[in-house]
Design a protein around this ligand. Structure first.
Ligand SMILES: Cc1ncc(COP(=O)(O)O)c(C=O)c1O
Length: 472
């Protein structure tokens, strides 16, 4: 006879049981001793009104309950209970990732007033007017539904043209471009698509805080390799090659770099490309800051000979077009990899925000003059902040891209976390400890110059005072 379990919610498998009918008699549940979830569904150990213990186990495939009388089976109950006791509610892959070092800092910052923030890695510019208008217009025209999973075709076509014009690399808009919820989503999709459990992904540090977690969430192992100020924070082919093992599946690089502002030279990238070729690595190249370079040229990794077929090019609109809140990014790559990413995207996202995509179309059509204007302004601020930090007594590597300066604070004798915390509390200036971007970021702090020139100048006065106090 079929077992029937009655639950408080009325959903037979979602909530705690209050009664069950088994072998022809109905039992009232007087106590739920344990509750946990198996892949096949929820399980409970309960005491019933006949003072006996029962195990109620839902079996999703057969859509039915299996019930056992556990009374007298004390050993078995004990074993089950100890398994339950050690079963964590939050999965190991999530527990193993520490909270972002940046977040902790911003939580403190949010409670304070009159702070000059050089902490946040986003443009202080508002999205250019024509792009905003395009977003509004699309809403007014009633474009409020989903788009194609891959993103609006016109946007993919414009991107294809854009990348060909800038870097001479060609992508088929139908099969080789996917529009995502920022580079953030694209990064995770790339990892989930490429990484098998136990695979290693090489990640040069210091780097964007999401890189290593994206590998862990995909079941892989991030292998961090340090880069050094003496080497302009550029990773070398030799450093990558030394870290390669039989389990190495991919390499994740991000240049122009957050947090150092480093840009890789074409020569260095060609050497990295040769290593990728030799060891058959997939390369994920996060080029979200590609347009924000000063006095140097950005090299698109996929445009290097032989690299298009093994590279997932990640980029987006957040930084170059001051569109962080619109949440539009994209991934370009060989059709098989993009198809894998699209499959995951289609199940977890459906489609990137429609209004954001409409705005991104306008960004590609008319945004160039605004990009140029913002780049010129960032460059002006870059000069001021680098000179100011150096004058304050902090050696500062010359950043050639993105909008970050990464001064060396070791002369103060403080750790990067102490420096950032004291500077915040004593001088009300927010910067981010270099250690938040990887161990080798220790001894440095990240100062974003996506702030007004007046704020940068005032922050520099305060930093100068602070460094003097700590004998830097
Ligand atoms: C290097 C890098 N990649 C990706 C992102 C995420 O950008 P998005 O807004 O496109 O998700 C950021 C944001 O700070 C970043 O610095």
């Amino acid at each position: 006879m079929e077992a029937i379990v009655e639950c408080y919610s009325g959903y037979t498998y979602a909530q705690e049981p209050r009664a069950f009918t088994w072998r022809g008699s109905r039992h009232r549940v007087t106590e739920v001793i344990a509750a946990w979830r198996e892949p096949s569904g929820p399980c409970f150990i309960v005491r019933a009104n006949d003072d006996r213990r029962y195990e109620l186990r839902y079996n999703q495939p057969s859509d039915g309950w299996e019930i056992r009388d556990l009374t007298g089976l004390d050993k078995e109950v004990e074993i089950t209970m100890s398994t339950v006791a050690t079963r964590e509610r939050v999965a190991e892959r999530v527990r193993s990732v520490p909270p972002s070092g940046i977040r902790k800092f911003f939580d403190i910052l949010a409670t304070m007033k009159d702070i000059i923030s050089l902490g946040i890695g986003e443009p202080d510019f508002v999205t250019p007017e024509p792009i905003i208008r395009a977003g509004i217009r699309s809403l007014e025209k009633g474009k409020t539904g989903y788009t194609s999973n891959s993103g609006i075709l016109e946007l993919r076509q414009l991107l294809s043209r854009h990348l060909e014009q800038l870097y001479g690399v060609q992508y088929d808009p139908e099969t080789e471009i996917l529009i995502t919820v920022g580079v953030s989503e694209a990064l995770h999709l790339a990892m989930l698509t490429v990484v098998e459990p136990g695979d290693e992904v090489i990640v040069p540090e210091p780097c964007f805080v999401a890189y290593k977690p994206s590998v862990v969430f995909a079941g892989g192992t991030p292998v961090a390799i340090p880069t050094y100020v003496e080497n302009d924070f550029q990773v070398t082919a030799e450093e990558i090659e030394v870290a390669i093992t039989p389990r190495t599946k991919a390499l994740l690089i991000g240049y122009p770099n957050n947090p150092t502002g480093a840009v890789m030279s074409r020569e260095r990238l060609l050497e990295v490309a040769a290593v990728a070729e030799r060891h058959d690595l997939i390369v994920m190249s996060d080029e979200i800051y590609d347009r924000l370079v000063y006095g140097v040229e950005h090299t698109c990794f996929a445009s290097l000979p032989g690299m298009r077929e093994r590279t997932i090019h990640l980029s987006g609109f957040s930084k170059d077009y001051a569109m962080t809140g619109w949440r539009i990014g994209y991934a370009c790559g060989p059709a098989d990899l993009i198809a894998g990413m699209r499959k995951i995207h289609q199940y977890i996202i459906m489609s990137a925000p429609t209004t954001g995509q409409m705005a991104a179309i306008e960004a590609l059509k008319s945004g160039e003059e605004h990009v140029q204007r913002m780049v010129a302004e960032y460059d002006r601020r870059r000069r001021v902040i680098v000179d100011g930090l150096r004058a304050a007594g902090l050696p500062c590597f010359e950043p050639r891209g993105a909008f970050y300066a990464f001064p060396d604070i070791r002369s103060t004798g403080l750790t990067s976390e102490e420096f950032s915390e004291k500077l915040l509390f004593e001088e009300k200036v927010a910067v981010v400890p270099g250690s938040a971007f990887g161990q080798c970021g220790e001894g440095f702090v990240r100062c974003a110059y996506a702030a007004s020139l007046e704020d940068i100048e005032e922050a520099l006065r305060r930093i100068t005072r602070f460094v003097k106090r700590y004998g830097g």
